[in-house]
Design a protein around this ligand. Sequence first.
Ligand code: ADP
Ligand code: MG
Length: 478
Amino acid sequence: MNNLSDVDWDNSTDYQALWAECLEYVKDKIPNHTYETWFQPIKAASMTNKELFLQVPNKFFYDWIESHYKELLRQALKTITGNGIDINYSVMLSDTTHHQNDKSKPAVLSQNTISQPIAKVTNKEPRSGSGFLERGTKININYTFDNFIEGQNNQFAKAAAVAVANSPGQTSFSPLVIYGGTGLGKTHLLQAIGNEAMALGKAKRIAYVSSDTFTLDFITAIQNNKSTDFSKYYRSVDMLLMDDIQFFQGKESTQEQFFHIFNDLYQHHSQIVLTTDRPPMKLQGLQDRMLSRFQAGLTVDIQPPDLETRIAILQKKAEHGNLDIPYKVLEYLATNIRSNIRELEGAMIRLLAYSSLSQVDIDISLTQKILRELGTGKPTLSISIEDIQKQVGKVYDINLDLMVGKSRKKEIAEARMTAMYFARELTNLSLKNIGLYFGGRDHSTVVHACKWVESRTEKDEQFKRYIYNVRQKIESKG
Ligand code: ADP
Ligand code: MG
């Protein structure tokens, strides 16, 4: 493929060429903006004894690369060099995020940035004996309960997860099925169960696997006449964490295999936790007997987080990675990216990367630019004020005429204020325009309505939940 494979990397000092080659490899495999965000800011610093030293802007960056692109980098190095080269990460000391008040600092990506080691990532072939196939059993230590922010959207799911981590197989929550949309924290929660159970010594053999890896491993096992070993391995665990079981749809023989393993574990009171992107009953192509097994346990859902939770998640991530991002910016991000936490994090990191590469402050206008580039800059386009009036009207059981009319009857006024509040929260309309949509009311009426809703949500827990539910209805348009 290239002449680099002839290089003796043990003696090579030409790590820059190696890294450049790696980047080429990576570039082909991921979208351009992902490449720019995550790979462009990385710098190859040195190489000794088959260890390539890379510098990343901050710890969060490292965590992200580790959890998303580790395998890709491993592949790249393997393809290029043919032998096991380790990667060592360090954080650039002149922290990218601190230049906000100090414009005189040198470019953070300069050649001689001093670095602080954070972690070593081994790129050697997995050791045998630690799992059926090691790639199926890796648990990411960064996914803990500690850094899982709780909100109304995931409270129940988290409580159930904590319960099974504390007493695997001892609660009536087996299997525990966690379902929810993409990027809402299912994998995080699933792995947190594994980490916690391990830390507490509650489970010794834990297998974490996604259903498609399970399927692949199963096929490989059959091809190599190892299907007995395969099933023996999974039957021997005391906790099976299976991610994304929707991928089992239509795969009859893998399902069959899984069903037997499932039954066996179930009978031996091993803890089973499954995740899926939709309610189990909507998993078409999954055998009924499997679905009815799921009903024996507990099914919990994770909903999209509300604004406060989204802000809290970003704050936690920023704190964890020692990132200095103004609160206003976090709030702006959280306001504009609503339905997917992975995207939210992605935007935050893109912001950091951009600011460090081009040496500009992280502020609202940069944030707007990034969101525009990501195509999330106009988040509210999909929700119209008519949608809001319709949904709120439905909830309060009043029609549009009443909603925009003059009546001051308590329920009607409440519905009106609630709809105004959501119009401001969920659309880009100015206060003045919102007023116009409500029978030509003044902008100060809209302000008053928003304040009323906000202060009541602060005081009245029940009302807060109510508002949360209405928001869900509006956002899902039904
Ligand atoms: P899913 O598996 O549901 O698609 P993930 O578990 O991969 O989603 O979550 C996507 C990202 O969002 C992860 O980086 C995860 O750490 C983060 N995340 C999701 N929910 C939370 C939360 N409640 N608190 C903190 N981080 C979260
Ligand atoms: Mg997932």
